[in-house]
Design a binder for this molecule. Structure first.
Ligand SMILES: Nc1ncnc2c1ncn2[C@@H]1O[C@H](COP(=O)(O)OP(=O)(O)OP(=O)(O)O)[C@@H](O)[C@H]1O
Ligand SMILES: [Mg+2]
Length: 392
């Protein structure tokens, strides 16, 4: 059933709209844009066909923009008095140019139904257009993630579901299990594909750099500082991927928590507040749940949706395909013989796919000009220590 989002501060008008439309559509009704935005994470952003909004309730453009960005395929119907709408018509205002629909208040049921039907058909056309950038039904989701069987069917299903939501995603998994691949797939299959994807590795840089990369800087904030947007400000409806989030320093965790709560923040060296619009995806290979250095209230803000990347020892059946991928990527035409493959399958891969990739790369070099990679070319670092996530 098509979903209609009603946003109206006047309870009586919400009740009338619900009564007129309720038997034909699935209705989600809210008294203010903020409560609509905060519950949108649970909805499939492509299923909301129409936003029926009282013009006075959404008169702040920021609220309206936030909702429209979250629901890229939905058509907007603004409800207002006949006088206000006619006045609006005389102005060549931006709203008019976006070809929104209008309906007069007080509502007349036939007029309301007619306008919602028109907007709903326009939604279908818009949705089709947007879906061209998404995988067709039956196409493999995230084909660059090699993995087969039920484990990966479920993983792909999750990636697809999470891509359709705006709620924060926390990706868990041991080192080298493909968390980064999954994060970019969630962005790629979301309605945010045309917006930026900004990855920030919290472990790879000092605290000050993480802070300036996230919040941005103003000239003079510190020596050599320039006017620069941070990831939160630059995302503009896109995705910010915080990799190794467990490494975020305590002080930054408190600041980040405030951002998630208010969706606002200042560049370093400035008191000017900027509104942020980004979808958060974070990843870690450590156990945040038992980590005394990670604020539980932050954890509960970032883990609305959780994706677990399986360790390679749980999908050894994919080793042959993965090895084949890494051989092809090297540009060499080689094959692996059965004994070499057996040797790979007998190892437990504490460093997961990244470790496998390195061993295959090594075997390609060791096999020199030979066309066949044999078990003697497979040299596994049995004493190498890899970081292990205690969760898995
Ligand atoms: N299922 C997979 N299919 C294809 N390539 C994979 C898969 N999993 C991992 N890889 C490859 O292995 C390497 C490591 O993956 P990635 O960087 O995504 O791991 P990670 O989970 O983010 O690890 P870390 O916790 O150390 O950051 C990358 O080159 C990635 O492309
Ligand atoms: Mg990573």
């Amino acid at each position: 059933m098509t979903t209609i989002l009603i946003i109206d501060q006047i309870k009586k008008d919400r009740i009338i709209a619900e009564a007129v439309l309720g038997s034909l559509y699935n209705i989600k009704s809210f008294s203010c844009p903020r409560s609509a935005v905060s519950s949108l994470g649970d909805l499939d952003c492509f299923k909301v066909a129409v936003i029926l909004a009282d013009a006075k309730t959404v008169n702040c453009n920021d609220d309206l923009e936030a909702i429209k960005k979250m629901l890229p395929a939905a058509c907007l119907v603004l409800a207002d008095s006949q006088k206000n709408i006619e006045n609006n018509d005389k102005n060549t205002c931006s709203r008019k140019q976006e070809q929104e629909y209008y309906v007069y208040k007080p509502y007349i049921s036939t007029a309301l139904l007619k306008t919602i039907r028109q907007a709903s058909s326009a939604h279908l056309a818009k949705n089709e257009l947007l879906c061209h950038s998404l995988p067709s039904r039956g196409a493999l989701i995230a084909p660059d993630i090699i993995g087969s069987g039920q484990l990966f069917d479920k993983l792909r299903e999750r990636i697809n579901l999470y891509a359709g939501s705006s709620a924060p995603v926390l990706i868990l998994g041991e080192s080298g299990t493909g968390k980064e691949l999954a994060a970019s797939a969630i962005h790629k299959y979301s309605g945010r594909i045309s917006k930026k994807y900004i990855p920030i590795d919290c472990a790879a840089m000092p605290k000050e750099l993480v802070e300036s990369n996230l919040f941005g800087t103003t000239k003079g904030a510190y020596t050599d500082a320039t006017d620069k947007k941070g990831a939160f400000e630059a995302a503009k409806g896109g995705t910010v991927f915080l990799d190794e989030i467990a490494e975020l320093q305590q002080e930054m965790q408190a600041k980040f928590l405030r951002v998630l709560e208010s969706k606002k923040g200042c560049r370093l060296g400035s008191h000017e507040q900027h509104s942020y619009d980004f979808r958060l995806v974070s990843a870690t290979n450590s156990n945040l749940y038992g980590n005394k250095n990670f604020r539980p209230e932050l954890l509960h803000r970032i883990n609305t949706l959780v994706l677990r990347m399986p360790p390679l020892r749980e999908h050894k059946c994919d080793i042959a395909d993965l090895a084949d991928l890494f051989i092809r990527r090297s540009g060499k035409t080689k094959v692996m013989d059965v004994q070499a493959l057996k040797k790979l399958e007998s190892w437990d891969w504490p460093g997961n796919v990244r470790e496998l990739r390195n061993i295959v790369k090594r075997a390609i070099v060791l096999s020199a000009k030979e066309k066949v990679i044999r078990s003697s070319h497979i040299e596994i670092d049995r004493h190498e220590t890899y970081r292990q996530g205690s969760l898995f």
